[in-house]
Design a protein around this ligand. Sequence first.
Ligand SMILES: CSC[C@@H](O)[C@@H](O)C(=O)COP(=O)(O)O
Length: 376
Amino acid sequence: MTNPTSTTTSQEHPLYVESSENSGHTTGEQLQSVRWSEDDVLELLDQRALPNEINFLRLTDVQDVWQAIYDMVVRGAPAIGITAAYGVIIGIRNDQVVQVEEWLRQVEQHAAYLATSRPTAVNLFWALDRMTARAHELANTEVPLEQLNEQLLQEAIAIHREDEEICRQIGEHALTLFSDGMGILTHCNAGGLATAKYGTALAPIYLAKERGISLKVFADETRPVLQGARLTAFELQQAGVDVTLICDNMAAMVMQKGWVQAVIVGTDRVAANGDVANKIGTYGLAVLAKAHNIPFYVACPISTIDLNTPSGDLIPIEERHEKEITEAFGKRTAPEHIQVFNPAFDVTPNELVTAIITERGIVKSPYHISLKEIFE
Ligand SMILES: CSC[C@@H](O)[C@@H](O)C(=O)COP(=O)(O)O
């Protein structure tokens, strides 16, 4: 991080029973990855430290918000969007502007800057576009300059609150595809930690738990950053869900044994033809699911559907630092100077996607028609 950030503890924030070292105590309550504090500061759960430590970083500078997204303090498409929306407020609040036109220019500048933090998740651009569109509306009203920041903050709060309800609706639709006793495999983390609450792919699992429907979840560890092991296994275990952690290369065997009746994942961007970008390894899972005749579901809010990108080969795929692959367990695990390819996401072709589950319902092939229809 460019500026030092402080961590908060349970004493400062009585909402959560937490210590900086996670004792393994299960609260049954989902941790929020993004929160806007009572004293108007953006607080992010540092997901890099999970599951060992529960630390919240307090951010008061737009550069630190950019860095937190880039460094994956906060990650997951919807959570990145929510964070960036608050990031615009953090940025504009630190500016000394004397005219509405200047305020609007600065809002646009902060949004453009935050948009450079990560390239694949379209929710980032969606949330920033929504913030700038609202800023334009506000600039054309009689709202006095000194109230503009507060009014714009309400848009960020709305994006945050709406996401919780959207995820719950995704969960309701997705749960119609699952039944008692099913084995479900998931990849990466598309849970509460990646969203305002519930998650996308994990939402039906939380709703099933609430309703006494028993599901057996297999969580891929998700190399190289281990979102499955560190985050999905952690949050499902906290919620009392039956979850089993496997290495990514064990998914085929688990399917062969007949333990999995559905795969469900989140996504960072769905192209207009239904091609799906998600965490690296997702494509392989979709191929495996087809080979074993298992449905492959993708869960996302409609803000993740990008009708402006015609097909998956046009989705920008982030490549991350080689150290994610050449180092592990605090040690170097590959020879020095080895060539490394480290894409953070891959694209699953639409023909491998059984259905896409959104807050508006379940969408099936032909996606170039059905995806357009859900926006109507
Ligand atoms: C509801 S989150 C959906 C996706 O963002 C998720 O599956 C994913 O791939 C996250 O990648 P990450 O690199 O951890 O941000």
